[in-house]
Design a protein around this ligand. Structure first.
Ligand code: DC
Length: 223
């Protein structure tokens, strides 16, 4: 299990880490885990069931019993395709709030680690390198300016036909950054053992190639 390589890409909201991790996984033939999707699924299920979002015990129960199924880039919750629903801004905001509860985070640990399967895993989130896969072979902190991230999120939503407002998106991103970075459990932070990948001025292909190059260098250096 533990010699299965993990590439852990952590970073703030809308930094593009999901896109990059997914592309890296594809290039290397690795499995892919979008850990944020799990928090978004808990958020969606709690909204749909009318659960009080301050009820940590109920939220933990939802996290523990999530009936989720991943198929390609589609995500099914209790048999329904929720791939687009979990991307809505409201769901992301609620996910960020729910993610501050320690017992919700604990309830999702085993599910995340189960994605570590041969020949390897590329994953993205906030605590992939620090908590979930501390022995990841490559840890990356991927970031970009808040303005560029708001623009990327805007484009992403527009492509999906979801309406959005730039000023509101920027405000949400800044609020989410503050909450994800300042919470007491598993905060988003740049770990000392993570390489920084600043993508404000990089294309998706350039960012992906940098990650692949770093991974190849590890392979070369460890022979
Ligand atoms: O990556 P994302 O924007 O889809 O994540 C949604 C929220 O989930 C994010 O604001 C914080 C939380 N999250 C987390 O706390 N830890 C992770 N590993 C991934 C996401």
């Amino acid at each position: 299990m533990y010699n299965i390589p993990v590439i852990a890409i952590d970073g703030p909201s809308a930094s593009g880490k999901g896109t990059i991790a997914q592309l890296v996984a594809k290039k290397l033939g690795f499995h892919y885990l979008d850990s944020g999707a799990l928090y978004r699924l808990v958020a969606l299920q709690s909204m749909r069931s009318g659960t009080d979002f301050t009820d940590e015990i109920m939220l933990t129960k939802i996290a523990r019993n999530l009936d989720v199924f991943f198929k390609g880039d589609k995500i099914f919750l209790t048999g329904r395709d929720v791939s687009d629903a979990i991307r809505e801004e409201q769901c992301g905001i609620r996910a960020s709030e729910i993610a501050t509860y320690p017992s919700v985070r604990i309830a999702l640990i085993t599910r995340q680690r189960a994605f570590r399967q041969p020949p390897g895993l590329a994953t993205d989130g906030r605590d992939m390198g620090s908590v979930i896969f501390p022995d990841a072979i490559l840890k990356i902190f991927l970031t970009a300016s808040a303005e560029v991230r708001a623009q990327r999120r805007y484009n992403q939503l527009m492509e999906k036909g979801i309406s959005a407002n730039m000023a509101a998106l920027l405000q949400d991103i800044q609020t989410r950054d503050a909450r994800d970075s300042n919470r007491s459990v598993a905060p988003l932070q740049h770990g000392k053992d993570a390489k920084i990948l600043e993508t404000t001025d990089l294309s998706i292909a350039e960012a992906m190639n940098t990650v692949l190059q770093w991974y190849a260098e590890i392979g070369t250096n460890s022979v």
